[in-house]
Design a protein around this ligand. Sequence first.
Ligand code: ZN
Ligand code: ZN
Length: 306
Amino acid sequence: MPLLMMNRWMFFALGSLFAAHARAQMPQPLMKEDTVKISDHVWAIMGFPNIAIIVGDRATLVVDTGLGPRNGATVARAAAKLSKAPKLFLTTTHFHPEHAGGDAGFPAGTILIRNTVQQQEMEQHGLEIVDRFRAMSAQNADLLKDVHAFRTPDILFADEAKVDLGGGVTARMLWLGGGHTKGDELTLVEPDGTLVSGDIVQNKVVPGVAADGGTASSWIAVLEKLAGLNVQHVLPDHSPPGDGSLITSERNFISDVQARALALKRRGVSAEDAGKQLSVELKTKYADWPSMNVAGLVQRIYAEAQ
Ligand SMILES: [Zn+2]
Ligand SMILES: [Zn+2]
């Protein structure tokens, strides 16, 4: 469809999807097997995206696959090096290809766990977004060339799945509502108090609601539930790790943008103008954030308030 025929909503929906995946359009380094320690039982590959490897005495859990099977195989090798036992679980923060599109690189016996909302999104939009990623760069096209289907989860859960990894290590996989997507999954590792947060809690990154994702309000509701979980360490997917205060920071930022956007909307300011104005204002207030473009988020806040 020619661009001029797109209606306003479609234009902004595409805009926010592209903003969320702007980094995917640039060639990304391939996953490496190098890991950094986040807490007693949690290691991470720092890359696009960051991948969590949670190690117990009897089993290991990996959160996210990397983009395409070649990266998935690298992640699986890194997990095998850290593991104390061969049993391997895999889960994914959300259905986007750099998080879930490398499942074919994992060993055949890997046990895939996912929440039902995320699985529905995977079935409805998974291959469609793989196609969009293929079109973004030659590297993406190569990494995704054999991805024509995804593994079927071995375990599906509604709100929570708890896995005992042995040696006192448990992983609680939680679906608390939508934010970046509808099926965002959070993994809380005990006794470490480590949260693998996906896009839901980032470190100084403007939240991106994907085209068919949640809303600013549903994202805030998820963060309010997380605030009660005594989180000590946070490993986000696209920003550096931090402590539990990142949860409050994320909530405060989204609430701040929401309140300012709704105030401008009440005064009759257009979504476009509000996005531009707030990007400038917030750049001053949040001066240490690497970039500040809230146009997509403001558009979603306006749409939610219609
Ligand atoms: Zn995403
Ligand atoms: Zn991502």
